[in-house]
Design a protein around this ligand. Structure first.
Ligand code: SF4
Ligand code: SF4
Length: 395
């Protein structure tokens, strides 16, 4: 994957910003296309279906862990541990890098971004202990961690009694932390007690460290984690709010369909406001994951007719100029049936998520302290959130 990153860097670093063709370069440059319209949707879907498998092969984790093996191994400072660096970094990507630095429109910005995050991950590894970049900086890890609550696989200790009887606890032992193969968990987890999918990178090192290989990767019912007492940190709620605005592509909708319903829910359930806030935000996860996936796949469908051109002209400058000059037009007509399919899947997905959300509200321990009125408020809020993808508000 690191080699793939290098390939993407080479494929994008030579193409700077050119106002006339910037909007076309987003999809004519092969590296851009691969990152935003292939890799990104696939990572999202994988997270919602099978968990954080991307993290198991992520080159940033590799660089961060490599740095931490040879570096200073300092304790992580409080400011990083607070978790607020993650939404801060995500906000920078959304508002700074995408809108103002043209992350999607100038392939060179993508190259700079890739090189920068590799450098930061390695540098943080050189300074701090364990997986500091993954645990305290990476927005992608946080987003797919939340989406992985939905997933239909889980990585768990196979037999808890083996863990209870174990004397060495190799899966968490400090002296095993920087072993090359089978190191103990550096994601601040006690692998024998994992109860949900959020933080586990599925790296499998705990199993290699365990003398009994007492771990299993098994299938489970999707959405299972939502029927446990998930507790979101305030910083994760911050990430979710940014994500809701981004996915909807309509920041006014965030106010009308999320913040106002949240205020009403909190008001009707003031005595259990902590539980209400947590339940409200947890319920936003499946809907956001569904909308995010659909949005990403809309990008794939729209760009399908361009893939052949991407391989004929990988830098994409010539193609973009021809499109800008109107000497080349893209025929999108043949993807029409795929849009229809996308629309049908959208209806099914939103309908399915609504039903599951109602089940969570009624049955999950997440809402056990919330009264009937509060639960009704939550159901209406989920319905409003779905409506926000159909009703556009422009002030
Ligand atoms: S948390 Fe981020 S940097 Fe770490 S493995 Fe996952 S995607 Fe990569
Ligand atoms: S070491 Fe085990 S518990 Fe820790 S991230 Fe890797 S697979 Fe998950």
């Amino acid at each position: 994957m690191l080699a793939a990153y290098v390939g993407l860097f080479i494929g994008s670093v030579g193409v700077g910003y050119e106002a006339r063709i910037a909007n076309y370069l987003t999809s004519t440059n092969l590296a851009n296309q691969l990152v935003w319209n292939i890799w990104w949707p696939i990572v999202l879907v994988l997270a919602a279906v099978v968990g954080r498998v991307w993290c198991a092969v992520c080159p940033l984790e590799f660089l961060n862990s490599l740095g931490s093996r040879i570096g200073l191994k300092k304790k992580v400072p409080r400011v990083l541990k607070s978790g607020w660096v993650i939404p801060g970094f995500f906000a920078f990507i959304l508002f700074g890098a995408v809108y103002y630095l043209g992350l999607k429109q100038a392939p060179r910005s993508l190259a700079v971004y890739l090189a920068s995050v590799c450098f930061i991950a390695f540098l943080m590894g050189l300074i701090f202990e364990k997986r500091s970049f993954c645990s305290y900086v990476c927005p992608l890890g946080s987003i797919i961690g939340m989406y992985s609550y939905i997933g239909c696989i889980e990585w768990r200790a196979d037999d808890r009694s083996v863990c209870s009887a174990c004397k060495s606890h190799d899966c968490v032992a400090k002296e095993n932390r920087y072993k090359l193969f089978g190191h103990s968990c550096t994601s601040n987890l006690y692998p024998a007690r994992i109860t949900d999918n959020r933080d586990c990178l599925l790296c499998g090192n705990c199993m290699k460290a365990c003398p009994y290989s007492n771990f299993r990767l098994s299938l489970r019912i999707p959405f299972k984690d939502f029927f446990t007492k998930i507790r979101l940190k305030p910083s994760e709620m911050g990430i979710l709010l940014l994500l809701i605005g981004f996915v909807n592509n309509n920041w006014e909708a965030l106010v009308f369909f999320t913040l106002i319903p949240l205020a009403v829910c909190l008001a009707v359930s003031w005595r259990s406001r902590g539980e209400m806030l947590n339940a409200f935000m947890v319920l936003a996860i499946p809907m956001t994951a569904a909308a995010h996936t659909l949005k990403a796949f809309a990008g794939i469908i729209w760009n399908l007719p361009k893939y052949k051109l991407n391989f004929m002209d990988p830098l994409g400058i010539r193609t973009a100029r021809m499109l800008a000059d109107k000497t080349l037009t893209i025929d999108h007509s043949w993807v029409g049936p795929l849009w229809k399919l996308h629309g049908n899947i959208m209806g099914l997905l939103y309908g399915g998520v609504f039903v599951v959300s109602v089940m969570i509200i009624v049955k999950s321990p997440l809402t056990e302290k919330i009264g009937r009125l509060g639960k009704a408020g939550l159901i209406i809020s989920v319905a409003l959130y779905i409506a926000s993808f159909y009703i556009k508000i422009n002030i």
